[in-house]
Structures are given as C-alpha cells and as structure tokens.
Design a protein. Structure first.
Length: 224
C-alpha cells in the first residue's frame, strides 16, 4: 500500500464514529493494535488498548494469538502463564465431567460393538521447539484396555519414542497433573504453543484409523 493510500485510509478511518473504530479494533490482533498506536490518525487505539487490558480481552477465543504474543514480553509472561494454569484447571474439570457423563472411558475394542457408542472426547496440544520441531500431546476417552478407568496419552516429543502411548488412570487429578506438567514444559523448556484444542467426535467404523480433523469444542490456542 502506498503512502498516499495509507494516508487516505487513515483519514477515512479517523472520520468514523468512535464506536465503529472500536468495532474494527476488535478484529485486529494486539500486535497490530500496538503498531497502529504509533501511526498518526489512529490516536483512538490507545484508549482501546487500555480497555483491552482492563477487560482481559486476551482470554477470549477471538484473541488467542494475543496470548502467545504477550508471552514474548517479560512484563506479561507471568500474567499469561497464570491464565494458562487457570485454563487447564477448567479444562481438566470439563474433560472429566464430559467423559463421565457419557459413560466413562471405553476400551477401543468395545467401541465397534456398542449399539450407541459414546462420544469420544480429546484434548490435543501442539507445540514447537527450536522453531521447527513439532511436539504434541493427545489425550482422549478411549482406553487401551476394556476397563472403566483407563485412558491413554499419545505423545511425540524429544524424550519419548515416536507415537508413544502412556496408560493413565482416569481421574480428574491425573488429568490436571498432566496438563499442568505440559504448561510447565512450555514455561521452562523454551517451547512455543502452536495449538491447544478440546473437541468431541462421534464414533464411526475405522475410527482409530480416521485422519480427518474434527471441529474443536474449544480452541484455547492456535498460533502459526
């Protein structure tokens, strides 16, 4: 965009009512808002940024990229990680409640024989280390064994073999401990969040071989 075009856009933007200006700001990332703050004719963005932080807008799903952006600044890092810890507490409760309500974990060999198979709930966390290496953790309500209290965690990181499965006893405290450990690894291991999702799926034939991506119930993080 040329300097003349930018100037023309700025003038048109500044002529809008403040309510409309704020509506436009809602669709911009925090990084973009901070850039605009230093451009003449966008003075109103400073007030919106103040409003943004006062109301903790970065916690909204429409502001997911902002959390990762803020982690890069020392003055906000503690704030964002405290939010992530609060987030996994809520997530572990929802995950445990949803699976329990659906009938509890189910062994994968039982799924095909169920007349009305329960929904399958999954938490998937993807991270990036050293700018390129993908690390993921995926925990869902399918058990390894045909028992009522067993689920497993799929891992792919630099510590365990590729596709490693870890057996877990299905308790809310175990799920919370796992998620807290993952956030700790991000915090202390120089690992960046790529995505943080929670979703449910309906069982179909060959479900475990299905590679389609389901629509998340909640996308807590998604940053590319």
């Amino acid at each position: 965009m040329s300097i003349i075009s930018i100037a023309h856009f700025s003038y048109n933007f500044y002529s809008l009512p403040i309510e409309l200006q704020n509506k436009i700001y809602e669709y911009l990332t925090l990084e973009t808002l901070l850039i605009l703050k230093n451009i003449p004719m966008f003075e109103s963005v400073s007030l919106y940024i103040d409003y943004y932080f006062q109301n903790q807008k970065y916690k909204e799903q429409s502001r997911l990229k902002d959390c990762i952006y803020l982690i890069n600044f020392e003055e906000y890092k503690e704030l964002i990680y405290n939010y992530l810890y609060d987030l996994v507490i809520t997530l572990s409760k929802n995950f445990y409640h949803d699976i329990t309500k659906s009938g509890g974990p189910i062994g994968y060999r039982k799924l095909a024989h169920e007349v009305n198979p329960p929904n399958i709930y999954t938490i998937k966390i993807e991270m990036v280390k050293d700018s390129s290496e993908i690390i993921y953790h995926k925990i869902n309500s399918i058990g390894v064994y045909d028992k009522d209290n067993i689920i497993y965690l799929n891992c792919d990181d630099d510590v365990r073999p590729p596709g490693c499965k870890i057996i877990m006893i299905f308790t809310e405290s175990n799920i919370l401990s796992l998620l807290v450990d993952i956030v700790n690894s991000m915090r202390w291991g120089n690992i960046r969040i790529k995505s943080f999702q929670y979703y449910k799926e309906t069982y179909a034939d060959q479900f475990l071989l299905n590679t389609t991506k389901p629509r998340p119930l909640l996308t807590f993080m998604h940053y590319m």
